[in-house]
Design a protein around this ligand. Structure first.
Ligand code: C2E
Ligand code: CA
Ligand code: CA
Ligand code: CA
Length: 282
């Protein structure tokens, strides 16, 4: 029995060891990639259209980071964003993402004559930086884009950890003219209080809701109530993760018109979207 137990413990240790060493390996490569982001360009922003289902046109884009590693190939954001958040690399990376997205809007304005709003995902740790608002302001000034085209996506975690100062910062950002979206709504804690307390413009309902809507009437009812409540608060509501025509039909019945999902498009490089997609000017 003791021997069996020992073997199990050994196995456990060796799995732990592998996990820890894999993580350290990712961390080392991530550090290198971020330090060489300008010369080697290991990161790219992909964009997923946000659609107004009444017109079928694109009304905005969400920027989603992609890491192309020379040996490992494509590394999904869920594999490295949490690590970058923990070790602080998200600060330089996040700044690069924001600048890149703003430069893309500038380019669009110049070459297409219109600008689609771009949503950028933020990590709590970025907002916690003392000079965060200043950093955003500098990027807006440097690129010269109209702040109303920049949407910053935050999650409830932001406010749970730094409630007072982050609300203040969000308010300062709104004064600049930037829009704020609450991402992944309903995924975790979802205190309705956040909807009142936070200076937000858009609520993005987590994809788990629409993706389970076929299963039972309960989720349909909850989703219906959530949409009504958010619209009642005069906030814009967007449903993420729409994959099927049935899901779309349900949302149209709810008079919920803003959606994002594989049914319309996967996230793509900008050149595959701009000039190929009918857009809606706002
Ligand atoms: P998120 O912000 O909730 O982004 C939506 C995720 O859902 C994206 O995954 C997108 O590709 C995926 N998605 C879109 N439509 C559908 C659909 O119809 N069905 C399904 N099953 N999935 C769909 P992705 O690009 O792998 O990103 C995962 C997460 O990584 C993001 O979740 C976000 O939390 C984080 N992330 C990605 N890019 C960035 C970034 O630039 N900065 C920060 N801080 N986080 C990022
Ligand atoms: Ca997002
Ligand atoms: Ca989301
Ligand atoms: Ca998320």
């Amino acid at each position: 029995h003791a021997k069996h137990h020992n073997q199990k413990a050994m196995l456990f240790h060796s799995q732990m060891y592998e996990q820890v060493s894999e993580r350290m390996n990712v961390e080392r490569h991530l550090y290198h990639a971020i330090n060489n982001r300008e010369t080697e360009r290991p990161f790219t922003l992909y964009y997923q259209p946000q659609i107004d289902t009444r017109t079928g046109k694109t009304k905005g884009l969400e920027a989603l980071i992609r890491w192309q590693h020379s040996d490992w190939g494509f590394v999904p954001p869920n594999k490295f964003i949490p690590i970058a958040e923990e070790n602080g690399l998200i600060i330089p990376l996040g700044k690069w993402i924001l600048l890149e997205a703003c430069q893309e809007m500038k380019k669009m304005q110049e070459t297409e004559g219109y600008c689609l709003p771009i949503s950028v995902n933020l990590s709590p740790r970025q907002i916690a930086q003392d000079d965060f608002v200043e950093m955003v302001e500098t990027i807006l000034t440097e690129t010269g884009i109209d702040p109303k085209f920049l949407v910053l996506e935050i999650t409830e975690t932001v406010v749970m950890e730094w409630i007072d100062s982050s609300v203040e910062k969000l308010e300062q950002l709104k004064k600049l003219g930037v829009k704020i979206a609450l991402d992944d709504f309903g995924e975790k804690y979802s205190s309705l209080g956040y909807l009142m307390k936070l200076p937000i413009d858009i609520v993005k309902i987590d994809k788990s809701f629409i993706q389970n809507v076929h299963e039972d009437g309960g989720i349909k009812k909850i989703l219906n109530k959530m949409i009504n409540l958010i619209q009642h608060l005069e906030l814009e509501v967007l449903i993420e993760g729409v994959e099927t025509n049935e899901q779309l039909a349900f949302l149209q019945k709810q008079k919920c018109h803003f959606v994002q999902g594989f049914l319309f498009s996967r996230p793509l490089p900008i050149h595959k979207l701009i000039g190929c997609t009918p857009v809606q000017n706002t």
